[in-house]
Design a protein around this ligand. Structure first.
Ligand SMILES: Nc1nc2c(ncn2[C@@H]2O[C@H](COP(=O)(O)O[C@H]3[C@@H](O)[C@H](n4cnc5c(=O)[nH]c(N)nc54)O[C@@H]3COP(=O)(O)O)[C@@H](O)[C@H]2O)c(=O)[nH]1
Length: 696
């Protein structure tokens, strides 16, 4: 430090000879840097310093003053002006006092023979400079300490032997050690870290930094064991500390608690890989597991199976009982699936009511079928919830690696196709994937997208097939049969698209169109030709269960002005019996409206008349398969005769379908069947041709 401006020196002394000596030494020193101010008493000096000690650069003190003696004088001064350097003026026999004074905080001690024009200014200059450096150092140190205590990281320093020489507040909190207790302790005692996985002691973080003389980061899964219990996942790094010459004199460890961040990462990783409702692995994790199974199977030249499990009619459970029950069911299904397979198998949720089961260890394909059947059996047991018992079935498709796919996506996709095929075949069963299913899927896709377009662009039309009184040959009504004028393939029959429409939910809008078109056409015929002929409409299961069905019927009749008697609905036995309660309710409603109902394809389903009395039915249509075999096998005639007799007994009208020959017609008539429908009378005709037919 360079002293450039005059500096005030406070001389505290009552010995006039000594004062004179000081004055002379400073005056003759040649520089006018120091300006002397004198007091003879401690009280005077203290008062002066209290007033303004900032202007006082140093104090020359003879500790023996009239109002204070010895070390007490020094202490009093330090108390008031700790920042002002004090030089003690003393005699040679006062060495003990000198030492004590310096220990208390005085800067230096001057003997009388050092009070001359050279030594005194130099001593003053040194004292002022030293004090100034000390002040700067203090500020620097304080700033560093404040900084270290305000950062979020824990900081811990050691000397070369590994003993703690510093730790900041965060380090105190994380280790559980207070600074006073930790200082001087070996690092290993204060900073106890273990490997998070093995829980074995972790490597000494300082060793590497000191040995390699560079900053190093420490294993990412370290756990810090706190003093007094508890642990924290930490991330840390350590670096060597050097002296001026560059020699390593210790090390610093900087670390922070990542427990919360790590827990959050673990939680987020879990959420990203698991389904929230069932806690089963989701698609992402399933894909990963299947990919892993592929690697293992390749290595050991093995095969494995992927099962696609779909719950039958889950949507209606969800819709009718609510999502809370739906979720409960999914959770219970997840548990049953897990209980049905081995611990080494993976059960995952693919979405909605679809589950995937990965069987990574199968000897034979048959093994997977056995597992699948076990699953079907487990799921068929009733599910008991608080206030509801549910009985469900499921359908399963299976694909086998490597035959049915070389990657996770194609194995899942093909198992899905097999499941779809199994559904088409009546649900509650297991199907293996086969290559034809791919072609069928492509065809289904073509039909599905075509159907959507057909609805928009009015590509559907209705054909009408007459129903005839077998005795008189008069037309008694007609059945409306849908056709699709597909732009590329020409006129398509219902068998080519109705099933896809039913499975893809398109039968509802298509059925609505049919209903409206029948009503419009029938009303037009009534108005233009005065002919009133009831027209039958085929109804699919989904339409009957559609809560808007009745409302749609009312609206179509109202919009067209047709009377309810002019339409009739045809339903198969299978549809009627699927959901008895709904069937009975809907049929009763339609009956109240005055609409007649027919059981279609009678004889192919349950072949029992006993259940029919529950439904509001007017007509039985004997399936054409019975009619076709009439002449070939007399046993069929027995059966058909029984059906006709019983139906008549129950007061149903009986119509025979598929009448193609006069022999069939004559036989049926003889047995009391009043009406028939079939190619003998007419094929289904476009509306215009049917109109001509009824006018003949
Ligand atoms: N949900 C809806 N389903 C509909 C609708 N329109 C038709 N369908 C269903 O498609 C089934 C097949 O209809 P289609 O191909 O038109 O066949 C009908 C007749 O062409 C055929 N038929 C009639 N007479 C004879 C005959 O003498 N021999 C013979 N081999 N076939 C004959 O039978 C079908 C009508 O039978 P049915 O319905 O059982 O009275 C049709 O069965 C419906 O299920 C629709 O709009 N919606």
């Amino acid at each position: 430090m360079k002293l450039s401006s005059p500096t005030k020196v406070l001389l505290m002394n009552e010995n006039s000879a000594l004062s004179e000596k000081v004055r002379t030494a400073l005056a003759s020193s040649g520089d006018d840097l120091f300006e002397l101010e004198e007091v003879a008493q401690l009280s005077e000096g203290l008062e002066r310093l209290r007033r303004d000690n900032a202007k006082v650069a140093a104090i020359l003190l003879n500790p023996f003053l009239p109002d204070s003696q010895g070390i007490a004088t020094v202490k009093s001064l330090l108390y008031v002006a700790a920042n002002v350097p004090i030089l003690i003026l003393g005699e040679e026999d006062q060495e003990a006092l000198a030492v004590e004074a310096v220990e208390c905080g005085a800067q230096d001690y001057l003997l009388p023979n050092h009070i001359d024009r050279y030594s005194l200014p130099r001593a003053l200059r040194n004292a002022v400079e030293r004090k100034s450096i000390e002040d700067a150092l203090y500020v620097e140190k304080d700033r560093a300490l404040v900084t270290l205590n305000s950062i979020g990281d824990a900081v811990l320093c050691t000397d070369l032997s590994g003993k703690i020489i510093f730790l900041n507040l965060v380090a105190e909190a994380l280790t559980g050690w207070k600074r006073d207790e930790a200082l001087g302790k070996p690092l290993a005692e204060v900073f106890v870290i273990i490997d998070g996985e093995t829980r074995q002691p972790a490597a000494d973080p300082l060793k590497k930094a000191i040995e390699q003389n560079r900053a190093v980061s420490i294993a990412s899964n370290s756990l810090l064991l706190r003093r007094g219990g508890g642990e924290a996942t930490i991330e840390d790094s350590s670096a060597p500390i050097h002296d001026r010459s560059g020699a390593v004199i210790g090390a610093v460890i900087v670390f922070h608690d990542v427990s919360v961040a790590r827990a959050m990462t673990i939680e987020m990783t879990y959420a990203a890989h698991h389904d929230a409702v069932t806690a089963l692995p989701n698609r992402l994790l399933l894909n990963d597991r299947i990919s892993h199974a592929i690697t293992t199977a390749q290595r050991h030249k093995q095969k494995f199976a992927v099962m696609f499990v779909d719950l039958d009619h889950f949507k209606s459970i969800n819709d009718s009982l609510g999502h809370a029950v739906g979720d409960k069911l999914l959770q219970a299904v997840a548990k049953r699936l897990q209980a049905s397979v081995r611990a080494s198998d993976t059960v995952g949720r693919h979405g909605g009511d679809e589950f995937i089961v990965l069987l990574p260890e199968i000897e034979e394909e048959n093994d997977s079928e056995i597992s699948a059947k076990k699953i079907l059996a487990a799921l068929s047991e009733p599910f008991l919830f608080d206030d509801v018992t549910l009985q469900i079935t499921a359908t399963i498709g299976i694909s086998i690696y490597p035959r049915d796919g070389k990657d996770a996506n194609s194995l899942i996709q093909n198992a899905d196709l097999a499941m779809y095929e199994a559904k088409e075949n009546g649900r509650d069963q297991v199907h293996f994937f086969s290559d034809e299913m791919k072609l069928q899927a492509i065809e289904r896709q073509f039909v599905e997208s075509g159907l959507r377009r057909a609805l928009e662009q009015n590509e559907f039309l209705l054909y009408y097939q007459p129903k005839v009184n077998l005795k008189s040959g008069k037309i008694t009504g007609a059945e409306a049969l849908i056709r699709w004028q597909e732009p590329h393939r020409g006129l398509l029959l219902p068998d080519q698209f109705i099933r896809v429409a039913e499975n893809r939910g398109l039968i509802i809008p298509i059925g609505r169109w049919v209903l409206h078109e029948v009503c419009r056409q029938a009303r037009l015929w009534e108005l233009t030709s005065g002919v009133v002929l009831p027209i039958s409409i085929n109804v699919s299961e989904a339409e009957l269960r559609d809560t808007d069905f009745i409302q749609g019927v009312r609206a179509a009749l109202a919009e067209t002005g047709l009377t309810p008697r002019s339409i009739q609905f045809e339903l198969t036995e299978g549809i009627l019996l699927k959901d008895l309660r709904t069937s009975i309710a809907v049929l009763n409603e339609l009956k109240l409206m005055g609409i007649h109902m027919a059981v279609d394809d009678f004889g192919t389903g349950y072949s029992s008349l006993s259940y029919l009395h529950q439904f509001a039915i007017n007509v039985l249509k004997i399936d054409k398969s019975f009619v076709h075999l009439l002449t070939a096998d007399p046993r069929n005639s027995t059966l058909i005769c029984a059906i006709i007799a019983m139906a008549k007994g129950l007061k149903y009208r009986v119509i025979a379908e598929g009448v193609e020959t006069e022999t069939q017609r004559d036989f049926l008539q003889k047995q009391g069947c009043e009406e028939g429908q079939g190619y003998l009378f007419s094929k289904p005709l476009p509306a215009a041709e049917f109109r001509e037919l009824i006018h003949k």
